[in-house]
Design a protein around this ligand. Structure first.
Ligand SMILES: [Mn+2]
Length: 382
């Protein structure tokens, strides 16, 4: 789920990762197949492995659908599972059912065990605890969790060759892993331990990433095979902070992670022009590479929207599309629409732009758009 942005990870907490604890470096226990047939059949092996995501509301449900569809489009041989919170509407659940093999309702407050009771005093960790539920999927021997704000660009079934807990570095603090994509082994025991840990220690960043990094605290140093290449969890923050690396390696990206407060579904899409528009209510500008954002919307428009339309029937729902009112008479302002270029941006000096950039106010869709940065970069790299 949305990890909070820069600056919220206290240095002293992550430095604990540098304390090596060899006793915790034991390999995970492998699940033992119960029948010979299971050993013999690769199909069965694949059937007991799954990609898992989480949708706590209708917006994240859209994200989950796009993610699930992107996995299907790239011919995954594994099962697809989505955990949903109680607030996901019935039609959205129906639509999820047509993409995912399992749609599992998770209601943390239902359970009355000791760890959960302790956690009820920590309502701030609600969504976080919901994500930890993925460890209870013990019908699967191994899973890959993926945030609903990720998008798959090619087949990534090879991730199942990795062990718990494998994940890619977080771009903000690379000694921590990013919890948007990780390999894990479902286990009720691990789940209980995680909840107890959570109740006792809380989370240093308020989210699941803090808890998981504290719990799997040898990730940074113990076993390099548990470090997923960054191309399995590429975030736009990294694109802009190290653009030459993105130019060199970006085409290998397999998973894009739309980190940050503004998610792809917070924008709107102009189907006629095939363009993503900044949502007027967005608290901050686009934080993501426009090509990936466009890819998200194209997949949504082609494969997810029809499912939602079928599920909602005549009931209204937010499509995310720009209103396409066809006026009865041609209106004069129609011609003013092409090439939206904010006039204010033109008057900003390059010094001011630099200051704005450094202050984190980046005009990703305007002056600081990827193509402009690329052009500038090319002029240096020639
Ligand atoms: Mn996320």
């Amino acid at each position: 789920m949305g990890r909070k942005m820069w600056g919220l990870i206290p240095v002293f907490d992550c430095s604990q990762l540098l304390l090596l604890c060899p006793s915790q470096c034991k390999p995970s226990v492998l699940s033992i197949p119960t029948t010979d047939a299971r050993v013999a059949s690769p199909q069965r092996t694949m059937a007991d492995q799954a990609f898992v995501t989480l949708a706590t509301n209708d917006s994240y449900a859209k994200g989950a659908m796009v993610l699930g569809q992107s996995l299907r489009n790239h011919n995954t041989t594994r099962k697809l599972v989505v955990l949903i919170g109680p607030h996901v509407a019935e039609p959205a659940r129906d639509a999820l059912h047509s993409i995912f093999d399992e749609v599992i309702l998770v209601n943390v407050m239902d359970s009355g065990d000791a760890a959960n009771l302790a956690l009820m005093k920590r309502p701030d960790l609600g969504v976080t605890i919901t994500k930890l539920h993925c460890w209870t999927l013990v019908q699967y021997s191994k899973c890959v969790f993926m945030d609903a704000d990720t998008l798959v660009l090619s087949n990534i079934d090879e991730l199942f060759e990795r062990e718990e807990l494998s994940a890619a570095p977080d771009p903000g603090w690379p000694d921590c892993f990013n919890s948007g994509v990780f390999v894990f082994r479902p286990s009720n025991e691990t789940h209980e331990k995680l909840l107890a840990f959570c109740a006792e220690k809380g989370s240093f960043d308020g989210g699941d990433q803090g808890i998981l990094n504290s719990y799997f605290n040898t990730w940074a140093t113990a076993d390099i095979s548990k470090h997923l290449p960054f191309i399995y969890n590429l975030s736009s923050i990294a694109i802009y902070s190290y653009l030459p690396a993105f130019k060199q390696y970006g085409h290998d990206a397999k998973v894009v992670h739309f980190l940050g407060k503004v998610k792809p579904w917070n924008y709107s899409y102009d189907t006629q022009r095939g363009e993503v528009r900044g949502h007027s209510a967005s608290p901050e500008p686009c934080q993501m590479h426009p090509d990936y954002l466009l890819q998200w919307w194209q997949l949504y428009a082609a494969s997810v929207l029809p499912l939602l339309q079928k599920a909602y029937g005549d009931a209204p729902f937010s499509t995310g599309f720009v209103e396409q009112r066809v006026p009865e008479k041609p209106q004069e302002d129609v011609r003013e629409q092409p090439k939206p270029s904010p006039p204010a941006a033109r008057t900003v000096s390059s010094q001011e732009r630099k200051q704005r950039w450094e202050a984190g106010h980046i005009d990703y869709l305007g002056d600081d758009s990827f193509s402009n940065i690329e052009q500038k970069l090319n002029s240096f790299l020639k």
